[in-house]
Design a protein around this ligand. Structure first.
Ligand code: ATP
Ligand code: MG
Length: 406
């Protein structure tokens, strides 16, 4: 259902309520800046205001829809509602609810809107009203609003039905001291914390489906990323690289006010050496090398950890035992937000955040994995397989990285 007359977006944030006053203020400011940057990046002319424990985006009737989408893309947002603002008086609120029902019913009748987007004859509805703040501010209660508003909506609809537990359509009212917000939807945001409220993390991005999702998950918790891509020569190739770059470009759209150049690290020579010299433990040696590279970049950029798209048992190098053995190469924490997820869940998430398509550009590249990879390594096996000076080469590779601005 659409909200006629909406020109303001009511934005609810997610986890911030549990923080102390000062931390919460800091976080709300950051969220406001981030939403402003998203609006600006999309050419939407609107103002963001912090009010109560909400943010309000003052847009116009023409831009409110796009502004709500922008707000719902900001990390830290639980939901965003395009809202009609009226004085917090019973008549005004009831009239607004009646108008909302009337215009949506007319759209359904004219077939103007997608069937599921508007209220159809016979659909059950509910009015959900709340008053926030001073309990004595109004001569009416939220129950009064629900009853009077419900009756007014009923009169406007064709063959209406009321169902408070499982309505097809809900008419919401949030009543504050001087104004009331009337709205029909809560567009879900990602939740989490505003980007920039945590320290940076190095994100190992491969151009596969998993790694951009993992990077997005730490961004969702407020940590900006430093993307690192290892260029593997004959074992990577231009298509691989293009996928990695495109997925980072997509991630950057969620964070227009953050710089995130990709650190492109030359690792073709090391890969050649590993394919030549290392057998069953090759992938594990490669993983250890990769973590070391990431750690150097983290030190260089003041990042505090490494995030990867690994999941238990997804590949031979990711068995629980192998993750244990490879992780010891790094002194920093390696974060694996996809650790327990199945591939189909990860894929679904990649589609939702918009990185899936770029991750599946066909990439012709040679296979690195040995025919019979080690799945049950010990530290000793991997140590013995490791070529001379591997860690020095990791340092050197990181120092020779080029930063690709997207
Ligand atoms: P993805 O996991 O991104 O879908 P993949 O499955 O091809 O790609 P894996 O072999 O599963 O990659 O690698 C596990 C993780 O290691 C990746 O999620 C990514 O974090 C990191 N990684 C792999 N290859 C590279 C690379 N060339 N550059 C940077 N990081 C990489
Ligand atoms: Mg993977």
């Amino acid at each position: 259902m659409r909200q006629p007359g909406a020109d303001t977006v009511l934005v609810r944030h997610a986890d911030l309520g549990v923080k102390s006053g000062q931390v919460q203020t800091e976080m709300e400011r950051r969220l406001r800046d981030n939403i402003e940057a998203l609006l600006d990046d999309r050419g939407i002319d609107a103002e963001v205001e912090r009010r109560w424990s909400r943010l309000l985006v003052h847009a116009s009737e023409d831009t409110v829809d796009a502004a709500a989408d922008a707000a719902a893309d900001a990390f830290g947002v639980r939901s965003a509602s395009p809202a009609l603002v009226v004085p917090s008086e019973e008549d005004a609120i009831v009239d607004a609810l009646a108008r909302t029902a009337r215009e949506n019913a007319a759209e359904a009748e004219n077939g103007d809107a997608e069937a599921e987007e508007t209220i159809q004859p016979g659909d059950a509805f509910a009015v959900d009203a709340r008053r926030a703040g001073n309990a004595d501010a109004h001569p009416f209660t939220s129950k009064d609003l629900e009853r009077e508003g419900g009756a007014a909506v009923w009169d406007e609809l064709d063959d209406p039905e009321v169902d408070l537990s499982d309505p097809a359509a809900t008419f919401y009212v949030e009543c504050r001291e001087h104004e009331a917000f009337v709205f029909t939807e809560k567009r879900p945001g990602p939740g989490g914390l505003p980007l920039g409220t945590q320290a940076k993390v190095v994100a190992l991005v491969s151009g596969g489906i998993d790694s951009p999702v993992a990077a997005w998950e730490v961004m969702k918790r407020g940590a900006p990323i430093v993307p690192v891509y290892l260029e593997l020569g004959d074992y990577g190739g231009p298509d691989h690289e293009a996928r990695a770059m495109e997925t980072v470009r997509r991630l950057a759209e969620y964070a227009p006010n953050y710089e995130m150049p990709v650190w492109k690290v030359p690792a073709g020579d090391v890969m050649d050496a590993l394919v030549e010299e290392v057998g069953a433990a090759r992938m594990l040696v490669y993983r250890r090398f990769m973590y070391r590279v990431a750690e150097h970049v983290a030190r260089e950029t003041n990042a505090t950890g490494i995030v990867t798209g690994e999941a238990i048992g997804q590949k031979s190098s990711q068995t629980a035992r192998n993750l244990g053995v490879t992780s010891t190469a790094a002194d920093m924490p390696i974060h694996r937000p996809l650790l327990t997820m199945d591939k189909n869940e990860i894929t679904e998430r990649a589609r939702r955040i918009g990185t899936f398509r770029d991750s599946t550009i066909p990439a012709g590249c040679n296979r690195i994995a040995p025919d019979f990879p080690e799945t049950n390594a010990t530290a000793e096996i991997v140590d013995n397989a490791e070529p001379e000076a591997l860690y020095e080469r990791a340092k050197e590779a990181a120092e020779n990285a080029t930063k690709v601005e997207l």
